[in-house]
Design a protein around this ligand. Structure first.
Ligand SMILES: [Zn+2]
Length: 282
């Protein structure tokens, strides 16, 4: 009896040990699984959020596409791809002249008269200027150039005259000099010195102010100048970019390709250069 009892006790003890081993095994397994999960979550902290965000992005894209609206990136990429990049020999057409970009000292292009009053223009663009004026006249209009190429001497004289005029109002030379820069381009910063710009007015209305835009001549020029390679250089709404007031009389030759691009995209020459530089950097 005692043997049988001992055996039973051993069996119970054995079972208990087995059960204890099983519990320990399960606990260990749970700890291992816990550790693995913990490590995974430490190594991939944003994994669930990323997946969620991706899902949201996809659904957004789908929504946008289903509404027939293009995503923002695509037109910008297309626009950049379309920017006309002129070969070196044509780079003179897009030369940027403003307060931050001075003409090379002493720059004088080959010049040619473009009308019967002897106004001079860059010889390489003279034919296009003559064609534009001629076609406007064929339409029964009377455009006339009132300023085109200006030499360094002329621009300097204009500037100095303006400084004197400002001094006469009681300003110091320094103050007058600063004020003059807001009225007359400092020598080297005027597009007129490039030979690629002209002020064109209606013969019947020669005022250089906003009213010029109302003339039939300006209406025709603004609508058609791009066909001849010209743009209205200081358009309305771009004053912050050009830093020049709206001038519905100042036309600038940039060549037909760039003129069409700027017109189609409502860009001024500064913006063309910004886009070009952004594309070349990317
Ligand atoms: Zn001008």
């Amino acid at each position: 009896m005692q043997d049988t009892r001992r055996m039973r006790i051993r069996q119970v003890q054995h079972r208990k040990r087995q059960q204890a081993k099983l519990v320990v095994g399960l606990v260990l397994a749970a700890v291992v699984i816990g550790c693995v999960l913990l490590m995974w979550s430490v190594l991939h902290p944003n994994a669930p959020q990323d997946a969620q965000a991706q899902g949201m992005q996809n659904s957004e894209t789908q929504n946008v596409e289903s509404q027939g609206i293009e995503t923002q990136n695509e037109p910008v990429a297309n626009n950049e791809a379309q920017i006309p990049i002129l070969p070196e020999e044509e780079s003179w057409k897009t030369i940027l002249v403003n307060n931050d970009h001075l003409l090379a000292d002493g720059y004088v292009p080959e010049l040619e008269s473009v009308d019967d009053r002897g106004f001079l223009f860059d010889a390489r663009a003279a034919a296009d200027m003559r064609a534009m004026l001629q076609d406007a006249r064929t339409e029964g209009l009377s455009p006339m150039i009132c300023s085109s190429y200006r030499s360094w001497e002329r621009q300097t004289a204009l500037f100095e005259k303006q400084v004197e005029k400002q001094q006469a109002t009681g300003l110091t030379y320094e103050e007058a000099y600063q004020k003059a820069q807001t009225v007359v381009a400092y020598p080297g910063t005027s597009e007129h010195q490039s030979g690629l710009a002209a002020d064109i007015v209606a013969t019947s209305h020669q005022l250089l102010d906003d009213s010029q835009a109302e003339t039939a001549e300006q209406q025709w020029l603004m609508a058609n100048c791009w066909k001849y390679g010209f743009v209205l250089r200081y358009p309305q709404g771009k004053e912050d970019v050009t830093k020049i007031i709206y001038e519905p009389w100042h036309y600038r030759y940039v060549g037909k390709e760039v003129a069409q691009y700027l017109t189609e995209h409502s860009l001024c020459l500064e913006e063309y250069w910004m886009q070009l530089e952004a594309q070349q950097q990317s």
